[in-house]
Design a protein around this ligand. Sequence first.
Ligand code: GLY
Length: 577
Amino acid sequence: MLLENILQQKNSKCFVFIYVIFFLVLSVCANAGNKSKKHKVPGYAVASAHPLATAAGIKVLASGGNAFDAAVAVSSVLAVVEPYSSGMGGGGLWLLYHAKSGKTIMVDGREKAPAQATRNMYLDKQGQLIKGLSINGVLSAGIPGQVAALVHIAKKYGKLPLSKSMQASIRLAENGFRIDPIYIRLANFRLKSLQNSTESKKILLDNGKVPAPGYLLRQRQLANTLRLISRQGHKGFYQGSVARKLVDAVRSAGGIWTLEDLKNYKIVERQPIVFQYRGIKVTSASLPSSGGIVLAEIFNMLEILSPAKQKKAHLIIEAMRFAYRDRARYLGDADFVKVAVKKLISKQYAKSLTQKINPSRATPSSSLTNSVSGSATTKQESRHTTHFSIIDNTGNRVAATLTINYPFGSGFIAKGTGILLNDEMDDFSSKPGSPNAYGLVGAEANAIAANKRPLSSMSPTFLETADRIAVLGTPGGSRIITMVMNAIFGFEQNLDAKQIVAKKRYHHQYLPDVVQYETGALTVQEIDSLQKKGHKLKQIQGGYGNMQIIIWDKQKKTIEAASDPRGIGAAKVSVNQ
Ligand code: GLY
C-alpha cells in the first residue's frame, strides 16, 4: 500500500514534471513563432535626401547587409554627395531598433566642445557676440562624432565589414559625382566662408567660384581618409595621420583642437524618449537633442486640450510655444546639467502647462514669467542637416539625422584630409538670450563648457501602433521638431507616406513670437482667426524641410517609403519575392 502510494506520488510528480516541460517547450515554440511573425516585414526600404545614398543603402541590403550596414553606407555616401548637410567632420543621432533583442537605442554621435572651449569664447571684451565666430572657421567646430558612430554601429550591430559598407562612398569621393542644384544654391550662400579656406576653395569650388550645374565634384583626399577609416576603423580618424593633420590644420588656423580631444571622443548609447499619444507609441531623440522632450510636451498638452477643429491651430501653436520655452530654459547636455526629464515629459506636468493656455488668446511669449530674455530672428536657412530612414526585412530599423550644422558647416577643410569641419558650436547658447543661426535662444543649461555636447533639435523618430510602424525624420534646424509633430498628425489621420512628407507645415518656437507657415498650411479662415487671437504670422517662401519616411503596415502587409517633394531625395522599396 505504502509502496503503491509512493509509486503513485512518484508517477504524479513525474507526470507534473513532463507536463511542465511540455508546456515550456510549447510556449518557447509559440514565442519563436510570434517573434518571427512580429519580424516578418514584406521587404526592405531606404529613404534618403540623395538618390546616390539611397542606391548605396539598397545595394547593401540586397547583398546581405542588414539595416545597420545600410545605415553606414547611406551615412558615408551622404557625407560625400551632400557636403553642405553632413559629413565625417560632423555628427548625428542614429535611432536604432534591433529586432533580435527588441531593443531601441539612440547612438549619440553628437560633436563635443574641445577641452579648451570656454563659456565666453565667442564674446568680445564688452561681452558682446563676435559676429560669425561661432559659424565660420575653425573656432566654430566641435570634435566630430560621425566616424565613431559609424564604426560603432558597424561593429556592434552590422554584418558587413566597413570595407563593404563604405565602398560606395569611397568610389564616389574618388571618381566624383555631378553636383545638384541645392549644392549650387548653398555654395552661393556660403561662398565667402568657402573662399576663406584654401582647401575648400580648391576642393568644393571651381577656381574659387561656385561650380556650374553638372560639375563633376571629385574629393580624392576625402576618398583617402574614407579608405583609412574603412581599414582601421575608429583609429583611422581619431588617431594617427588623419588626427595629426586635423589638429595641425585647426591649430594653424587659430583653432583650439588637440590630439587628446580626438583620442578621447566617444559615442554614447542612450535611451530614447518614449511616450504615448492617442494609441501611438512615439520613440524619439533624447538629450543632447531636445526633440523627444519637446515632442512629448506638445503631445501631452494636446491630449489634454483635445482641440476642436476651430481651435486646433491656436492650441497647437500654444503647445509649441510652451514646449519650446522649456527647451530654452531647461535643456542642455544631461551629462553636464541636471534636467528633470521625467517631470517634463509627464502627463501631470503637461496638465499644469495647459492651465496657463488661454483658449481664445495668444499668450505673448514676453509675458511668460522666468522667460529667457532676448530677441530672436525668423531668418534661417533650411537646407542643412540631413535625414534617412531604413527598414530591413527582419524588422531592424534606423532613423538617422546627421549634421555639420550650417550649410557647408564651418566652411573649413583640414589640409590633407578632405574633411570639412562642422560649426556645431553655434548650437550652444554662446550668450544667454541671444539667438543662434536658427533664432533659438538658450540659457545656462546650454552654455558652452569643455567636452560638453551642444543642444540639438534633431529628431529621428519611430511611430508604432498595433498595425503600423513608421520610421521618419527631417532636417530643418529648430523647425525639425514641429515637422515631426506634423508628420505624427498625418500618421494619426492614416495618411500614406507620400501625403505625410508633402503635408504643409507651420511652426512656433516661443522666440521669436511668430507663427511661421508654408503656403497652404493654414486656411484663410484659420489665418484670420489666429490673427484675431493675437498671433503674429509670417509666410515662408518656398517651403522648408526634407522629410524621409517609411511606413510598414502589418495588417495590409505593405511597405511604403517617401522622400520629401521639397528635396531631391529618393525612396526605394524592395518587396520580398
Ligand atoms: N545643428 C542642428 C541641430 O543639431 O539641431
